[in-house]
Design a protein. Sequence first.
Length: 163
Amino acid sequence: MAALIDLALTGVIGAALLVALAWFRAANLLQLADLAGHLISAGTIALVATVFLAGFEASPLEASPGKQALGLRVRRHSDGVRLGLGRALARNLLKLGLPAPLAYLAVLAAAEGGGLEAWVGVGAAAVVALTYLVGVLFGDGRAAYDQVAGTAVIRALPGRRFA
Protein backbone atom coordinates (compact mmCIF):
# COMPACT_ATOMS: atom_id res chain seq x y z
CA MET A 1 0.00 0.00 0.00
CA ALA A 2 2.87 2.39 0.79
CA ALA A 3 4.29 1.84 -2.68
CA LEU A 4 0.92 2.69 -4.25
CA ILE A 5 0.73 5.99 -2.37
CA ASP A 6 4.29 6.85 -3.39
CA LEU A 7 3.57 5.77 -6.96
CA ALA A 8 0.56 8.08 -7.10
CA LEU A 9 2.59 11.04 -5.81
CA THR A 10 5.52 10.43 -8.13
CA GLY A 11 3.03 9.85 -10.96
CA VAL A 12 1.59 13.32 -10.44
CA ILE A 13 5.08 14.81 -10.47
CA GLY A 14 5.99 12.76 -13.54
CA ALA A 15 2.83 13.82 -15.36
CA ALA A 16 3.61 17.47 -14.66
CA LEU A 17 7.13 16.99 -16.03
CA LEU A 18 5.80 15.26 -19.15
CA VAL A 19 3.35 18.11 -19.75
CA ALA A 20 6.20 20.62 -19.39
CA LEU A 21 8.41 18.68 -21.80
CA ALA A 22 5.54 18.36 -24.28
CA TRP A 23 4.94 22.11 -24.07
CA PHE A 24 8.63 22.84 -24.75
CA ARG A 25 8.55 20.50 -27.73
CA ALA A 26 5.26 21.93 -29.07
CA ALA A 27 6.61 25.47 -28.74
CA ASN A 28 9.74 24.41 -30.66
CA LEU A 29 11.89 25.40 -27.70
CA LEU A 30 13.19 21.85 -27.47
CA GLN A 31 13.71 19.84 -30.62
CA LEU A 32 14.45 16.19 -30.08
CA ALA A 33 14.21 13.00 -32.05
CA ASP A 34 11.59 10.60 -30.69
CA LEU A 35 14.12 8.35 -28.97
CA ALA A 36 15.93 11.30 -27.38
CA GLY A 37 12.59 12.65 -26.17
CA HIS A 38 11.76 9.30 -24.57
CA LEU A 39 15.21 9.06 -22.99
CA ILE A 40 14.99 12.55 -21.53
CA SER A 41 11.43 12.01 -20.31
CA ALA A 42 12.18 8.66 -18.67
CA GLY A 43 15.44 9.87 -17.16
CA THR A 44 13.98 13.12 -15.83
CA ILE A 45 11.00 11.43 -14.21
CA ALA A 46 13.19 8.71 -12.68
CA LEU A 47 15.69 11.26 -11.35
CA VAL A 48 13.02 13.48 -9.82
CA ALA A 49 11.20 10.51 -8.26
CA THR A 50 14.48 9.13 -6.88
CA VAL A 51 15.48 12.45 -5.31
CA PHE A 52 11.92 13.07 -4.03
CA LEU A 53 11.69 9.72 -2.23
CA ALA A 54 15.30 9.79 -1.02
CA GLY A 55 14.79 13.26 0.41
CA PHE A 56 11.92 12.03 2.56
CA GLU A 57 13.82 8.93 3.69
CA ALA A 58 16.93 10.93 4.64
CA SER A 59 14.88 13.56 6.48
CA PRO A 60 13.87 13.38 10.15
CA LEU A 61 10.60 11.80 8.93
CA GLU A 62 12.65 8.77 7.79
CA ALA A 63 9.99 7.68 5.33
CA SER A 64 8.30 8.47 2.06
CA PRO A 65 4.70 9.72 2.31
CA GLY A 66 3.37 6.20 1.68
CA LYS A 67 5.51 4.70 4.42
CA GLN A 68 4.56 7.53 6.78
CA ALA A 69 0.89 6.77 6.21
CA LEU A 70 1.47 3.16 7.27
CA GLY A 71 3.74 3.92 10.22
CA LEU A 72 6.89 2.61 8.55
CA ARG A 73 10.41 4.03 8.58
CA VAL A 74 13.62 3.33 6.63
CA ARG A 75 16.78 2.90 8.67
CA ARG A 76 20.28 1.54 8.25
CA HIS A 77 20.12 -2.22 8.67
CA SER A 78 23.40 -2.61 10.53
CA ASP A 79 22.75 -0.28 13.46
CA GLY A 80 19.21 1.09 13.05
CA VAL A 81 20.19 4.75 12.71
CA ARG A 82 18.69 7.25 10.30
CA LEU A 83 19.79 7.15 6.67
CA GLY A 84 22.08 9.73 5.20
CA LEU A 85 21.20 11.24 1.86
CA GLY A 86 23.78 9.12 0.02
CA ARG A 87 22.38 5.82 1.27
CA ALA A 88 18.80 6.99 0.64
CA LEU A 89 19.74 8.00 -2.92
CA ALA A 90 21.44 4.64 -3.51
CA ARG A 91 18.39 2.78 -2.20
CA ASN A 92 15.95 4.68 -4.40
CA LEU A 93 18.22 4.64 -7.44
CA LEU A 94 18.35 0.84 -7.25
CA LYS A 95 14.65 0.60 -6.41
CA LEU A 96 13.25 2.99 -9.00
CA GLY A 97 15.77 5.30 -10.64
CA LEU A 98 17.47 2.71 -12.84
CA PRO A 99 14.95 -0.13 -13.31
CA ALA A 100 11.90 1.99 -14.18
CA PRO A 101 13.33 3.94 -17.15
CA LEU A 102 15.16 0.86 -18.43
CA ALA A 103 11.95 -1.17 -18.33
CA TYR A 104 10.02 1.67 -19.97
CA LEU A 105 12.53 2.00 -22.79
CA ALA A 106 12.74 -1.79 -23.29
CA VAL A 107 8.95 -2.11 -23.55
CA LEU A 108 8.82 0.89 -25.88
CA ALA A 109 11.53 -0.62 -28.10
CA ALA A 110 9.79 -4.00 -28.13
CA ALA A 111 6.46 -2.39 -29.02
CA GLU A 112 8.13 -0.55 -31.90
CA GLY A 113 9.46 -3.83 -33.30
CA GLY A 114 12.93 -3.43 -31.82
CA GLY A 115 13.81 -7.08 -32.30
CA LEU A 116 15.57 -9.53 -30.04
CA GLU A 117 17.58 -6.90 -28.13
CA ALA A 118 14.39 -5.12 -27.06
CA TRP A 119 12.83 -8.35 -25.82
CA VAL A 120 16.02 -9.18 -23.91
CA GLY A 121 15.62 -5.78 -22.22
CA VAL A 122 12.03 -6.59 -21.32
CA GLY A 123 13.19 -9.93 -19.90
CA ALA A 124 15.94 -8.23 -17.90
CA ALA A 125 13.39 -5.80 -16.44
CA ALA A 126 11.21 -8.75 -15.43
CA VAL A 127 14.19 -10.48 -13.81
CA VAL A 128 14.97 -7.33 -11.77
CA ALA A 129 11.37 -7.23 -10.54
CA LEU A 130 11.51 -10.91 -9.62
CA THR A 131 14.76 -10.48 -7.67
CA TYR A 132 13.07 -7.83 -5.57
CA LEU A 133 10.18 -10.18 -4.86
CA VAL A 134 12.40 -13.20 -4.17
CA GLY A 135 14.48 -11.22 -1.67
CA VAL A 136 11.35 -10.26 0.25
CA LEU A 137 9.78 -13.73 0.19
CA PHE A 138 12.81 -15.97 0.65
CA GLY A 139 15.59 -13.82 2.07
CA ASP A 140 15.63 -11.90 5.31
CA GLY A 141 12.49 -9.99 4.32
CA ARG A 142 14.37 -7.17 2.61
CA ALA A 143 14.27 -6.47 -1.10
CA ALA A 144 17.48 -6.64 -3.12
CA TYR A 145 17.82 -2.84 -3.19
CA ASP A 146 17.58 -2.76 0.62
CA GLN A 147 20.22 -5.47 0.92
CA VAL A 148 22.61 -3.67 -1.44
CA ALA A 149 22.02 -0.25 0.17
CA GLY A 150 22.24 -1.70 3.69
CA THR A 151 18.78 -0.48 4.68
CA ALA A 152 15.68 -1.94 6.27
CA VAL A 153 12.06 -0.85 6.55
CA ILE A 154 10.87 -0.95 10.15
CA ARG A 155 7.59 -0.26 11.88
CA ALA A 156 7.51 2.90 14.02
CA LEU A 157 6.44 2.52 17.59
CA PRO A 158 2.68 3.05 18.05
CA GLY A 159 1.75 6.66 18.78
CA ARG A 160 5.13 8.02 17.71
CA ARG A 161 5.73 10.25 14.73
CA PHE A 162 9.33 9.14 14.51
CA ALA A 163 10.73 5.64 14.91
